[in-house]
Design a protein around this ligand. Structure first.
Ligand code: BES
Ligand code: MN
Ligand code: ZN
Length: 479
């Protein structure tokens, strides 16, 4: 993993060096031999963009190929190239590399470095030393007058935040119980000087968070409710922005038990919560002048002697009664309590993020998240725009009131599942019931966790949502 990122103060001579070039002319400007230039040109004709040139003492990597298209697609291509470059450096057992910019824009170069940082992430704590295969690359230096130390510090903070979120997602429930999850979020957020409060079971009971308590009934581990607050003195907003993250540390489905294959990856069901914690870390670390609150209800969802059952009627935090018809629709039960709790802050906007439905995953796959909005057109647009910028894209689904009709119950105010159709939307409609403020719902069921390596997103937990929320709040800071 790359743990050091700083400017290179001198021109690299003997270091492993990555050259960011645009065209053939650039190749003559930094001391390649004629043979090397011919080799690089040939590789480039063969459509290779990240071209290693091995010397006896050091490795050169020529990143060659003009980027075209929108800013968004150029930034994303740069990240992917950064990932390719770090793979080559690690393969060559390089410990330090210098990025030498010949012809990239500042934004492209920073995205390239971001791709290197994120791509080099590893989760290997459970392997014994001999099997760890620890990446050799530890340090990246950037040689470019237009890049400042604070540009690099920002990249480091953001990528640290993403990696911290990934770590939490990748931790199995054998380690990461709800209480452990709350403690990890607390130490992460406090290390950035954000304020954290953890509600334990008694406090959750006194707040009558019936949804969270119902899901927790089948567990032998208590639930938690974590509040993270970043409230700078000169905040630009008077009402806070609130992020709510689903924190189901393991989802067996409960009594509506999942089939084995569907359960395998369900340690990822707190990825929304981890994204909120990661984002608050990055926001606080950067001291962005915006008042932001994160709320993360957490529990595992298991079948046990006292587990909540299909048919149960649960009274939620806001007094709404819910007929439970599927205990596997647990995310909405715990999020609903957090959403109604959020009312007391009189928020400017609430955005929730959750691995909520297989329906969202099936509809669009891991290429994007599913989004829905109510009373928040402008903010949804901003979020969608920064989503392209960081390549955490949002696909808007309809949110018409007709969908809410599918949640009508004969015996309670709502039931916790709709019909077989439009599952991602009925889940969103269920949640919207507990809001009275501008609201955005994000379903990250597919992009939160990858079964095979997705370039710089890695394998396993991706940390999706962290960069999205950071950029969103940064946009608010710049207003
Ligand atoms: N955590 C799951 C959703 C999920 C599925 C996340 C796949 C990541 C990958 C959620 O709690 C769930 O079980 N949803 C049910 C809802 C249904 C019972 C209405 C689903 O999507 O099947
Ligand atoms: Mn479930
Ligand atoms: Zn779930």
């Amino acid at each position: 993993m790359i743990t050091l990122l700083a400017k290179a103060l001198r021109k690299p001579t003997a270091a492993d060096t990555i050259f960011l070039v645009k065209d053939g002319k650039d190749l003559t400007s930094f001391g390649l031999t004629e043979d090397e230039i011919a080799y690089v040109r040939k590789q480039h004709r063969d459509k290779n963009k990240v071209i290693p040139v091995n010397r006896y003492k050091n490795l050169l990597i020529i990143v060659y190929g003009e980027l075209s298209g929108t800013l968004y697609s150029r930034l994303e291509a740069s990240r992917v190239r950064g990932d390719e470059a770090q793979l080559l450096l690690n393969k060559a057992k390089s410990e330090r590399a210098v990025v030498y910019n010949v012809h990239a824009t500042k934004e492209e170069e920073l995205a390239f470095v971001e791709g290197m940082m994120l791509g080099s992430y590893q989760f290997i704590k459970y392997k014994k030393e001999a099997n760890k295969n620890l990446g050799s690359l530890k340090e990246v230096n950037v040689y470019d007058a237009q890049i400042t130390e604070s540009d690099l510090e920002e990249i480091k903070n953001i990528t640290d935040a993403v990696c911290a979120a990934r770590d939490m997602v990748n931790e199995p429930v054998s380690y990461l119980t709800a209480e452990k999850f709350a403690e990890e979020m607390k130490s992460l957020a406090e290390s950035a000087k954000a304020k954290v409060e953890i509600f334990h079971k008694e406090k959750i009971e006194s707040l009558k968070m019936g949804g969270l308590l119902a899901v927790n009934k089948g567990s032998i581990d208590p639930p938690t409710f974590t509040m993270i607050e970043w409230k700078p003195k000169h905040a630009k907003n008077s009402k806070p922005y609130i992020f709510v993250g689903k924190g189901v540390v393991y989802d067996t489905g409960g009594l509506s038990l999942k089939p084995t294959n569907y359960m395998d990856t369900m340690k990822c069901d707190m990825a929304g919560g981890a994204a909120v914690a990661g984002a608050l870390y990055a926001i606080a670390k950067a001291k962005l002048p915006v008042h932001v609150i994160g709320l993360i209800p957490a529990t595992d969802n298991r079948p046990d002697g006292n587990a909540y059952t299909p048919g149960d009627v649960i009274t939620m935090h806001d007094g709404t009664t819910v007929e439970v018809l599927n205990t596997d629709a647990e995310g909405r039960m715990i999020l609903a309590d957090a959403l109604s709790f959020a009312k007391k802050f009189d928020p400017e906007l609430v955005v929730d993020i959750a691995t909520l439905t297989g329906a969202a995953a099936h509809a669009i796959g891991p290429m994007a998240m599913v989004g829905m909005k109510s009373k928040s057109d402008l903010d949804f647009e901003t979020l969608g725009r920064v989503g392209y910028q960081v390549h955490e894209r949002i696909v808007e689904f309809p949110f018409w009131d007709e969908y809410k009709d599918l949640l009508k119950s004969e015996i309670a105010d709502l039931k916790n599942i709709g019909g077989p159709e439009a599952g991602a939307i009925t889940a969103g409609k269920f949640l919207e019931h507990f809001t009275d403020y501008p609201y955005i719902h994000l379903d990250i069921a597919a992009p939160a966790f990858l079964g095979k390596r997705g370039e710089y997103r890695g394998i396993g937990g991706t940390g999706v949502g962290v960069r999205l929320f950071y950029e969103f709040i940064k946009a608010k800071a710049e207003l």
